[in-house]
Design a protein around this ligand. Structure first.
Ligand code: ZN
Length: 254
């Protein structure tokens, strides 16, 4: 047991040391939708490619409907984290996210952001997270009239543009439930893709769709909940265990 612990510590140290020598490879003047790890004050981790550069394209919008993406097709050891809703504002979330460059997409609801803009803006600015649209009120959209759905999706993006200074273009339907009107409404609101997931973290445990490990290309769902620390830590540990590096989803949906 002692020996295993020593190896783990050595690996962690190696990661830290290694990252310090990896410079930010982004050309000067390039926009920074996803700052490279180390942009914040936390320990640095190595970047496998210059974050904020498109690695893969999203499927095209067809027939006025955004494509639905459940996982990213890649042979590289990458995994993608998403954080939903925004109901509980854990005061340690920023620090935790700075300690590990997980580059999540935050699919937020306006009803949870309202009055807490500074909390989320700080996270977005300091951690390389991407903002996503998750509707204003988190309704089950499936079966609802087009106009209702359009309003829920568009108003979320409009409000974030005003209050957070960013307009999202990635969308996640609440509960993962959608129909054709959802995909049309998302496109009408300027969304490029509807993002679902292939694994989730609940109560500090990673739940897999199949098997017992995360696989390259998995999109992982967690929430801003009371168990934020446990859930976040469980994801970081699982990714490490499975040899996967969390990278920005937006780079693979260019
Ligand atoms: Zn949700």
């Amino acid at each position: 047991m002692k020996r295993i612990a020593a190896v783990v510590v050595a690996t962690a140290l190696a990661l830290t040391a290694c990252s310090a020598s990896v410079p930010d490879q982004r050309p000067p003047g390039t926009s920074q939708p996803n700052p490279a790890p180390g942009a914040g004050p936390g320990p640095k981790t190595s970047a496998p490619y210059p974050f904020g550069t498109v690695q893969q394209k999203a499927p095209a919008i067809e027939n006025g409907q955004v494509p639905v993406v459940r996982r990213i097709t890649t042979d590289k050891p990458y995994v993608f984290l998403t954080m939903d809703d925004g109901a509980v504002k854990d005061p340690d979330a920023l620090k935790l996210m700075q300690q590990n460059g997980t580059h999540p997409v935050l699919f937020l609801n306006e009803k949870y952001v309202k009055g807490h803009e500074a909390y989320f803006k700080q996270i977005l600015d300091a951690t390389g997270a991407t903002l996503g649209d998750h509707t204003v009120d988190h309704p089950n959209l499936k079966g609802k009239p087009f106009e209702f759905q359009r309003q829920e999706i568009c108003a979320d993006a409009d409000d974030f543009q005003q209050s957070l200074g960013v307009r999202p273009s990635l969308f996640r339907p609440p509960f993962g439930n959608y129909d054709q009107n959802t995909l049309r409404a998302a496109a009408a609101c300027g969304m490029r893709v509807a993002v679902l997931w292939t694994a989730a973290v609940n109560d500090g445990h990673v739940q897999f769709q199949a098997g017992d490990k995360l696989k390259p290309g998995d999109i992982v769902l967690m929430h801003f909940r009371k168990t934020f620390r446990e859930d976040y830590t469980a994801f970081v540990e699982q990714a490490k265990k499975d040899g996967l590096t969390p990278v920005p989803l937006a780079d693979f949906l260019g």
